[in-house]
Design a protein around this ligand. Structure first.
Ligand code: ADP
Ligand code: MG
Length: 345
């Protein structure tokens, strides 16, 4: 080695050492983050899993408990299975006269009507009477009759839901109406649970209620990227693909997790409000959006609208993407133009 080479090597070594020093100085000081998991609890008729990231165990536990408490609270407000829920009181009394509701329930009802308008009625929480007939059909093993479907349909239509913003009241315009928040309450609950985690001091977290997911901040790998596997339809054990999410929500609607069986045939639990038929065209619809409530409602809407119209709708919405498995058994999928940015290569 001549002198020039030695000098060059020494200066490279100095540059490397300086670079390392700068990196160390720039590394965050303070307590190290850690992650904790609270999972497998039955809430909102499905299983919920929560991950929290914080600098200490206590904050992790407190934020997980606060999130679960919020999910239970939202369910007690919005479940149509619970006779004493606020929603059930509305369903019982809102034809007789206006019913005053909590700010939370009003917010969800108002958002629901907005989604109905945006989706030309594909998403509609007034499908309750029809959903009820399909649930009974599953129990009796007999498809609902044309006549009873026609009768139920008379009570369907978001324009028959009268919301008074000032007084926070709800009224039904016609008899026989029933609200069903099954396609939006989980998403709303997830968003509210995330809020609670932030309030409790978590640096990051993920709430998953039956596939309705929202995440924020630091992830368990401390890189702010949450990796979420998209489950393949039944019969396939592996993940279809893995999504990379930061401060984002996703929801999946599909006929492979929840469905009703009548005469040995599977019907989707999602109803096309226009026809009262079960919406069976798409195997699974995943929507990525800013809030879990948006993702939840839109995933249901796309299931009703079908592939072409559904993709068109999501393309037209800012910051929303969709990944659809169109047909049974095949694992091919179609997606909106921006979806690739979320898919791990
Ligand atoms: P999941 O509950 O499996 O996540 P969804 O979010 O799509 O699926 O919600 C489906 C539920 O929403 C149904 O079980 C029913 O209670 C209700 N529902 C069915 N069809 C519609 C619709 N077109 N618009 C709004 N809610 C619906
Ligand atoms: Mg939904």
């Amino acid at each position: 080695m001549n002198n020039k080479t030695v000098r060059m090597l020494v200066s490279i070594a100095i540059i490397v050492v300086v670079a390392l020093l700068v990196r160390n100085l720039a590394a965050p000081k303070g307590p190290q983050l850690q992650s904790g998991f609270g999972g497998g609890r039955l809430v909102m008729g499905t299983f919920a899993n929560i991950t929290a990231v914080a600098s200490d165990d206590e904050t992790i536990k407190a934020s997980i408990e606060a999130a679960f408490d919020k999910l239970v609270e939202v369910d007690e407000m919005m479940s149509d299975y619970k006779a004493d829920s606020e929603l059930s009181v509305v369903n019982r009394d809102a034809f007789a006269g206006p019913v005053k509701v909590s700010d939370e329930l009003f917010e969800v009802l108002k958002a629901s009507v907005d989604y109905s308008r945006k989706t030309q009625g594909a998403f509609d929480i007034t499908v309750g009477p029809v959903v009820e007939l399909w649930r009974r059909a599953a129990k009796d093993g007999k498809k609902p009759g044309e006549e009873e479907l026609a009768e139920a349909r008379a009570g369907v239509g978001y324009e028959k839901l009268i919301l008074d913003e000032e007084n926070k009241t709800v009224r039904f315009a016609v008899v026989g109406m029933k609200l069903d928040l099954g396609a939006i309450a989980k998403g709303y609950g997830v968003d509210r649970a995330i809020e609670e985690m932030k309030k409790a001091g978590a640096a990051g977290g993920l709430v998953d209620v039956g596939g309705d997911i929202c995440c924020f901040g630091a992830s368990p790998k401390f890189d702010n990227i949450w990796r979420v596997g998209l489950e393949a339809p039944s019969g396939v054990s592996d993940y279809l693909l893995v999504l990379k999410l930061s401060d984002t929500a996703i929801a999946t609607s599909g006929d492979y997790r929840r469905f009703v069986v009548v005469d040995g045939r599977r019907y989707s639990h999602i109803i096309d409000p226009a026809t009262t038929a079960s919406a069976g065209e798409l195997t699974s619809v995943t929507v990525i959006a800013a809030r879990a409530m948006d993702a939840d409602a839109l995933a249901t809407a796309v299931s009703v609208m079908g592939r072409a119209k559904g993709l068109g709708l999501i393309e037209s919405i800012n910051n929303a993407e969709a990944i659809i498995i169109p047909a049974d058994k095949k694992l091919e999928f179609v997606k909106t133009s921006g979806a690739d940015a979320y898919i791990r290569k």
